[in-house]
Write a protein that binds this ligand. Sequence first.
Ligand SMILES: Nc1nc2c(ncn2[C@@H]2O[C@H](COP(=O)(O)OP(=O)(O)OP(=O)(O)O)[C@@H](O)[C@H]2O)c(=O)[nH]1
Ligand SMILES: [Mg+2]
Length: 396
Amino acid sequence: MADSNFIDYVKILCRSGKGGAGSRHFYRAKYVPKGGPDGGDGGRGGHIILRGNKNMWTLLPLKYNRHVFAGNGQSGSGGRSFGKDGDDVIIEVPCGTVVFEAETGEYLCEVNEDGEEIKLLRGGRGGLGNWHFKSATNRTPRYAQPGEPAIEKSVILELKLLADVGLVGFPNAGKSTLLSSVSAARPKIADYPFTTMEPQLGIVSYRDNRSFVMADIPGIIEGASEGKGLGLRFLRHIERNAVLLFMVPADANDIRTEYEILLRELTQFNPELVDKHRVLAISKSDMLDDELIAEMEKDLPEDIPHVFISSVTGQGITALKDMLWQAITDESNRIEPTTITHRPLDGHHRVREEDEFIFENVPTMSDDEDEEFFDEEWDDEIEYDWDDDIDPKEYE
Ligand SMILES: Nc1nc2c(ncn2[C@@H]2O[C@H](COP(=O)(O)OP(=O)(O)OP(=O)(O)O)[C@@H](O)[C@H]2O)c(=O)[nH]1
Ligand SMILES: [Mg+2]
């Protein structure tokens, strides 16, 4: 799994830029002996910004770039020159990326739309130069503000795929076979459990050039919520799906029981999953004849619409697509990203050894050379005078 290209979890260390210091310069020129204060403002430190990109489908690029540092603002200088702002850093992420604070597991924000930008860390404000501090009583202020400090934070990014339909079933239920028969996706299919080790998306074309996205996730087994099998690691990928398609194979011992086990595991992972629209597909129905189907109909769960399908013969596939489309487009079933509660990371919060390694030997924050020059701290309380009309030459 470690070598896989599908990365849906990554821990990174971010640091915004420090604000540049304001300058304490005094204007000097021939015949202008006391030119007055003209120290310019420091530049703003760079922000760390997250931006959604629909062409990305994994967090893989971030795996190779775990230290994300924005540029520091430059100090101001004489002649009321502003320091240059520090460079912002834009981190491109796939749509459906949720951000958690690494220390506490607390939910911070999420990026869902293509092009959507979220400021993860704000760059420090630049300090004001000394010419802001002139007043009738102090015509030669030897004070300028230092820049606001940088903010450092380690965060965990988790990808939750945005698909319309999520496939839920035991290993070998035929989930990947269904995805490959209704879409161009080519997941691996085999008659042993856990063939699918990572989620796969496929676009299913529907009538009149419409389409929807289906997500195949690894099989779930009883006890998955306690970590059995591949555990519930991948279940978060169906938290964002509008509809859950449960698949139980026709040769299962008891369809109702299998369905109930799946539902229970899901509820244990996130009780909100149960509120989603559900459809039950009895797969591999090519193994049944009409008589058997009629017999099985009698003992199916009542709380969920069902359909008998076969990905091999195509039986019931059109009916299934109709049911799914109806559920997806049902207004009452529309899920807005904001209606999902992202639980803080807890037990399933996977910090790998490599993560910890990455967080050793982090370069420390570089201090400006002129740092000790300022003994005063940035002060939010002070209201500064921003009168732009004053010419420093007026000060003798
Ligand atoms: N007869 C028949 N066999 C099927 C059908 N669909 C899938 N199978 C077989 O069932 C086995 C498992 O199929 P997969 O699609 O790999 O099952 P899966 O649910 O993706 O399994 P995991 O990835 O292990 O969770 C394969 O041998 C398929 O050929 C079907 O409609 N009819
Ligand atoms: Mg599979």
